[in-house]
Design a protein around this ligand. Structure first.
Ligand code: DX5
Ligand code: ZN
Length: 218
């Protein structure tokens, strides 16, 4: 399995000071940017112009998690804005393969996200089209929710499928990841860890990132 990557979610950052908030996570691997449209999830955050601005100042690659309806229409815009990775929700996509190919053609890594109730089975045959599978470990929409242990068997299934096919596909967990839960995710086979409140809620974000990395690698 590849070395664990830590991707703090700026959803818990101070939105009035995003440049400074990105600098707080310069030790991380990626900056996770949650895009919400108030249709796919009951919350609204930011869009392409803000992502473009974040890419300009971020010390680390920007990883966009799109929680938007009609995602096939929007996804490539985020790659064109400079996001290194763009993750679409399976439930919001009518044509995940076409969108994944368009993302790769635009130079981004393509990710496929699954809500807690969405099974991986229907997507297993599409795995080679993606660079990452994001297993949501809370219902998408808000930071600071409690980690759902019930998604760990799905993390295991994704990991098994990736390894069985010998693919270079990352397995990301997002939601409620903290020093208390990160080891369980790693043990189940995740290798990218999104943490919002656990990093931005810490006094020392860099120490929190280091601690998560250590626990994920143990
Ligand atoms: C939730 C978002 C997450 C969120 C994680 O819909 O996708 O990225 O920011 O926040 P924590 O780590 O606080 O659960
Ligand atoms: Zn997210």
């Amino acid at each position: 399995m590849a070395a664990p990557l830590i991707a703090p979610s700026i959803l818990s950052a101070d939105f009035a000071n995003l440049q400074a908030e990105l600098e707080r996570i310069a030790d991380a691997d990626w900056a996770h940017v949650d895009v919400m449209d108030n249709h796919f999830v009951p919350n609204l955050t930011l869009g392409v112009p803000v992502v473009e601005a974040l890419v300009r100042v971020s010390p680390v690659p920007v990883d966009c998690h799109l929680m938007v309806a009609d995602v096939d229409r929007w996804a490539v815009g985020y790659a064109e804005a400079g996001a290194a990775g763009v993750t679409i929700h399976a439930e919001a996509s009518a044509a995940p393969v076409r969108t994944a190919r368009a993302l790769r053609a635009a130079g981004a890594r393509a990710g496929l996200a699954l809500r807690p109730a969405t099974s991986f089975a229907a997507y297993e045959d599409l795995l080679a089209e993606f660079d990452m599978v994001l297993v949501m470990s809370v219902e998408p929409g808000f930071g600071g929710q409690q980690f759902l242990d019930s998604v760990l068997p799905k993390v295991r299934r994704v990991r098994r499928a990736v390894d069985a096919a010998a693919l270079d596909v990352r397995v990301q967990v997002d939601g409620g990841v903290s020093a208390d839960t990160v080891a369980r995710c790693a043990e189940a086979g995740a290798d990218v860890f999104v943490a919002g409140s656990a990093v931005y809620g810490a006094e020392d974000a860099s120490a929190a990132i280091g601690r998560l990395r250590e626990l994920a690698a143990a």
